[in-house]
Design a binder for this molecule. Sequence first.
Ligand SMILES: Nc1ncnc2c1ncn2[C@@H]1O[C@H](COP(=O)(O)OP(=O)(O)OP(=O)(O)O)[C@@H](O)[C@H]1O
Ligand SMILES: [Mg+2]
Length: 507
Amino acid sequence: MAPAIELIGITKRFPGVIANDDVNLRVEEGEIHAICGENGAGKSTLMKILYGMQAADEGTMKIRGEEVSFSSPSEAIERGIGMVHQHFMLADQLTVLENVIIGAEPVKSGGRIDFENARAHLREVGDAYGLTIDPDDLVERLEVGERQRVEIIKVLYRGAKILILDEPTAVLVPQEVDELFRNMRDLRADGATILFIDHKLDEVLEIADTITVLRQGHTVATVKPDEVSAGDLAELMVGSELPTPQTTRSTVTDEVGLEVRDLTVLDDDERPVVEHVSVTVHRGEIVGIAGVEGNGQTELTDAIMGTRDAASGHIVLLGHDITTTSVRHRRQQGLGYVPQDRHREGLLLAAPLWENVALGHQTEPPYAHGPWLDRAGSKARTEEVREEFDVRTPNIDVAAHALSGGNQQKLIIGRELVANPSVLIAAHPTRGIDVGAQAAVWDAIRAARAAGMATLLISADLDELIGLSDTIVVMLRGSLVATLDPTDVTPRDLGAYMTGASLEEAS
Ligand SMILES: Nc1ncnc2c1ncn2[C@@H]1O[C@H](COP(=O)(O)OP(=O)(O)OP(=O)(O)O)[C@@H](O)[C@H]1O
Ligand SMILES: [Mg+2]
């Protein structure tokens, strides 16, 4: 039987980079095929070519033996291909239902959109794959994990039989990953072919039938999961061993960096989403917050950063009450921030890298000289970030959107750490970063910790949370429900606390 997909000699060049260099890929019908490789290896580019979003400069694509060429995603969709992107592409102001049907609306006679029909079909698709979501929720209200579910439903709604998932697990906790994997297996049992990208090698080994490894735009290997270990895969990808986040020596001081005191924060409907939260982070300490997304972590970090008001309680930075001060003031006082959504909050995608590095600090040296922007200073600092955090780019004048996802993340981490913050709020700092670069980010955070930085770490990567943190608190339905010692807790235990299972057992 002809393979579901065959890509032969695909080459794609961007100014200064060859993203795909004579790549070959063969995906059998009905298999789950993983694509692995370091940041910038060309994974997303290859998938976008298959999905008709980008045109290859050279090469041939075959779907079930038949040569195809797509000039737009709609042509790929017609051939049953669907893609969920690394960065979601939903319209915030629309509902789940509107987002799912956009561009594929059923119409009634007279040309009106048949919402009833659409709703029924949406429910069918959701039920069939156990993907439940309220069709009338506004997308802007959804957490990342829920947005992903909407994206997957959207692809299935269009009848896709070949699904491309670009880093679907990056945003999920272990329990949600289990659920996604169940869904993927169900889809496979139903005859779907799934291509997916993942940086977590244990996950790849668990779910994939076949693994293709890309390195610097080349295919370097295609292997079966039972032939290789996670270490072998890391070696194939980046040529080095698997790093661990483990931090040993404590550097915790008595000096308080950040104190959140009895903080309550309301959501847009005036409901409390953070309730009476108190947490203290000392200089030299990393406090990890564990929690399923949507339990108030976003609102808590928004309130600390000053983008959302506190309803009551206090936020104290290095002894100064900052509860009602501006974002800019907080940043000037030494508060650094790695946001959970790099596209919405972290970057100006159309601006060059050096402007992005100045972002948030553009009124201070070396980015400014008196009231003037200091281009030379900004560029020099950006070169430092590029060097130290291994941001792979042809130059620092390219726009941020031209970087691969992991390299965008490295740029943000670098920008924040190079500013030497006293307190860092880090939401998923290594999300989407390859195993080699992850080690570099962990090292940088540890070094800053040793130098006295107080860090509030929010992460869905429980190994990272356990490995890096000095203390872990669990956030559930807006409250901190447990304080745990990372030296004697496993990811599974933590998962049980996060879902509330442990509390129910205890009571
Ligand atoms: N639109 C673009 N313009 C210019 N260069 C681009 C563009 N898209 C990607 N590139 C470059 O192509 C290379 C491959 O990028 P790609 O996004 O495919 O990497 P990736 O393997 O998906 O990495 P990651 O794991 O970080 O997501 C990178 O060097 C990137 O900078
Ligand atoms: Mg990518």
